[in-house]
Design a protein around this ligand. Sequence first.
Ligand code: B3K
Ligand code: ZN
Length: 862
Amino acid sequence: TQRKYRADYQPPAYLIDDVALDFDIRDTGTRVRGQYQVRRNPDAAGAAALQLDGRDMQLHSVAIDGRALGADEYELGEHALVIAAPPSQFSLTIENEIDPEHNLALEGLYRSGDILCTQCEATGFSRITYFPDRPDVMSRYTTRIEADADQYPVLLANGNCVESGDAGAGRHYAVFEDPFAKPCYLFALVAGDLGMIRDSYTTASGREVDLRLYTEHGNEDQCDHAMASLKQAMAWDEDTYGLEYDLDSYVTVAVGSFNMGAMENKGLNVFNTACIFARADTATDGDFALVRDVVAHEYFHNYTGNRVTCRDWFQLSLKEGLTVYREHQFAIDQGSPGVTRIGQVRTIREVQFPEDGGPRAHPVRPESYVEMNNFYTITVYEKGAEVIRMIAQMAGRDAFLRAVRHYLDKHDGQAVTIEDFVVAMEESTGLDLDQFRRWYAQAGTPRLTLTTEFDQNQLRVRLTQSTPATPDQSEKQPFDIPVALAMFDAQGLPVGEPQVLRLNQAEQQWQFDGFDAQPTISALRGFTAPVKLDYPQSDAELARLMAFDSDPVSRWDAAQALYLNTLVADARARGADQPPAAAPQALFDAIESLLATPPDDRALLAEMLTLPSETRIGEQFDATDVFAVNGARRALKQEIARRFTGLFETLRDAHAASGPYVFDVAESGRRRVFALALDYLAAIDAPGIRDHALAVYNDADNMTDRMAALGALRDLTGDARTRAMTDFAERWADYPLVMDKWLRLQASTRRDDAIAQVRALLEDARFDFTNPNRVRALLGGFARGNGEAFHHADGQGYQLLADEILRLDRLNPQLAAALAGLLAPWRRYASPQGTAMREQLTRLAASDLSANTGEIVAAGLA
Ligand code: B3K
Ligand code: ZN
């Protein structure tokens, strides 16, 4: 497999205006007949060969203008069919056969339970038929599907159903027309025996849209929240951007086997059931929020992605960064903006920063790839969204919304680049984004330092920036970085107006006058840029910001910094075999006053009382000592729990459920505080906590409280844990997504034989190696959720993971590659862990790997 480079882009030699596809679905295989209206691209120079991508299928025939080509008139390779010199305009007919029943890669046409469905992004369409599988070839599609009427009563494809009927011999057919030209990655087809819920939405201009959501029978009552979320998203996009839906129907199908969350195929989204199903007794508040946000995200793609799409896959963040940004704003508008933003900041710090500091660091717009599916990353998605957020902030809300409209109008129906987007932003807002473009081109997390000097009523603030080298780029130019700043006096009252400094050189200084005393600075408020800020503040200053800062994100951030000071010092001491470092009194005083005067937003209280994760603590070290970090975190948590046992009991009781489950900001905030109190009490096995948690488990009417109880019991031995876990497994045996929660709990339980447990579960009937959700729950739950077992000094955790990667790579390379990503950053771990991880990577590298996994392993070893 070859590496592809962004710089090598060439326009397609041929364009295809119209595509007619005919699917004949049989038990023995599916026959595909494609008829394409092809013409030479006037904008393409050079060679005139027509390249049709295709793999893993059987070619039956190729015809030009109705004349079948002889085998010597085209060249058929493992990944493509090339016609050397076709006419400048012609009709091409291709007949081939595919085998969805044995397609475990879950790309192209495949089976999920009773459903046949497709996944084409990024290059799955070339597993369906021979076609230029690139997003800059946009065509109008007509799709005819024929299948057994009993087995597949529901037939679906993009666009409007224009014809359907009996096809004889117990078969039936349906024809769909999609009026919008689209790239083939947005093609979709579904056939199955499906249940459905239906609703409708009237757009702002009064058009009625038919909304349908299909799943396997028996799950319909888990789909209402997704449907309601879709309508919320449709209304939000009209209110915020003035964007109205453009087809007569919007169809969603939820399938159990899916490699990622969901797919925005034009008019026919296909979703992982995990991003659709949400019922109070089966899904947590977190699941409800996830469903809402993913449903909205896919809907928003209809403009940012589908109407205006990407020229090539290097531009992926053009649609993903912008759509994640839109999703983030939508989520913020659903309530509790501060806490919603905190969640976004957490993702950047705990997932994106490690990627940007590891072997797979790449710019938001990558320069090269071997396997595109490896580049649907947190950098392209979430850092891409942060880059958009910075533009929005510099432009101001209204100007930004206008600029997005300008971009969508200017490029409607086109496949464009990130550069086109930035130009549209400049044209509309008048901003100069020349230097700002580096956010798209340079990988790595900028490190900022802030220092102050106070003298004669004057404050001087000095900021510096530098970005460490990444494997792909050794030299970094300064970024254009907005840094929000506010100042407070000793009483916590604001001094002057908050401002946004623009740091665009390696080093800059600002001067502020007229102070009576040195103010406390709140820097990078709201996380205005995806950077690491080094600004050592005293515990007293942090406690002050925690109590008074007007920005909830900064209040939380101050609490995190206060905890981190202790945690890092303690982890360092433990790592050097020195006596543990104790937490300062200021930390406990800050917690005490937080508990005495908690913020109104309960979720914010829960966030502020949650210690930084192991990953976040580990990020403060060049090479993490997992055991020192975990030890430090556990010790501080227990110390807090011991000191405030009574207060946590009070907190728990004051936040216990008092009525039936409702998913809203107030109620889910209340449940978070309840779960947090249980968690602290469980950390010290407080008297009565086991029975209390078991009672919560038994009495709960919802999954959020049940999971809070199970989370508290997870690492406690004894009868209460066993009873709750056993009941759970029996009660939810027929709900695979709920059993994923059980698998995850099992895999993340701290116990000496954790690895043997995971090996046993791999053989358990409740596990299914071919289903990505199961694999993510068990293996992801283990590697991410059970640090001490995964990183056990004997290296057995890594060996287990590598064993499964090898097994999985033959079935589902995308998923195997994602798991390999957990071993790749071995340099970030102190030895013996680091070297033991590298050994497993070396072992993987010596095997016959897919292009997907091979690329990740090679990056890890480079
Ligand atoms: N566009 C899809 C992701 C496709 C991933 C392909 N490996 C979902 C989304 O971002 O909305
Ligand atoms: Zn997306």
